[in-house]
Design a protein around this ligand. Structure first.
Ligand SMILES: Cc1cc2nc3c(=O)[nH]c(=O)nc-3n(C[C@H](O)[C@H](O)[C@H](O)COP(=O)(O)O)c2cc1C
Length: 190
């Protein structure tokens, strides 16, 4: 296959989001392996909360169409999401929900089916993994191959300081492993 195409995004739209930083560290690792990575900030793709009435009245919001197209045109995803109250964030779930809604005549789960996802989280405390378990369940339900190992960066403010890498070798190694596995599985599937 040609170079794997990976879409990287975070489940937070906060300007200084640690999870946006984390997914960009992973982006850097994946790029070193020859993949093409697109970073998408969900802040630029804001969409209303999904409601069937709204969809029937106004159709698919422009940002939902644009994000769906991005998802479809990539082989896999790198997703870093904070945990909100023990689960994935509302913004991430809402984005996923819109992406499962029929648009034109494409297959309903075309954005997810057969894609590969490397998932991770950054948390200022010690939390984060509950959210990833829920994210894993949601994506798996939609046909995405979620890599068995995920990365949780706890105490994240000590590690993520706007750089493309993490000084702590052990954490950087975990991210590099996730990146390598993402590329390896995409190559294996295509
Ligand atoms: C509504 C809300 C719920 C949260 N719940 C959790 C939680 O369950 N576990 C956790 O570790 N952190 C929780 N946090 C803290 C987030 O992990 C923290 O704000 C983190 O920095 C958000 O990620 P970001 O920097 O990428 O925006 C919560 C924050 C908010 C705003």
């Amino acid at each position: 296959m040609s170079n794997p195409k990976v879409l990287a995004f975070a489940g937070s739209i906060r300007r200084d989001s640690y999870n946006k930083q984390l997914v960009n560290v992973a982006k850097n690792s994946v790029e070193k392996l020859g993949a093409e990575v697109t970073f998408a900030d969900l802040h630029d793709f804001q969409m209303p909360l999904y409601c069937d009435d709204l969809y029937k009245k106004d159709g698919m919001p422009e940002n939902a169409i644009a994000f769906k197209k991005l998802m479809k045109s990539h082989n896999g995803f790198l997703i870093a999401s904070p945990e909100y109250n023990g689960s994935l964030t509302g913004i991430l779930k809402n984005t996923i929900d819109w992406a499962t809604i029929n648009y034109e005549d494409e297959e309903r789960l075309a954005c997810f089916n057969g894609k590969v996802a490397g998932i991770m989280c950054a948390a200022p405390g010690v939390g984060g993994s509950h959210g990833l378990h829920h994210l894993r369940a949601v994506l798996s339900r939609l046909g995405t191959f979620v890599l068995p190992k995920h990365v949780c960066v706890t105490n994240c403010h000590a590690h993520l300081q706007g750089e493309n890498s993490i000084a702590d070798e052990k954490i950087q190694h975990q991210i590099d492993d996730l990146a390598a596995e993402t590329v390896r599985v995409i190559r294996g599937l295509h």
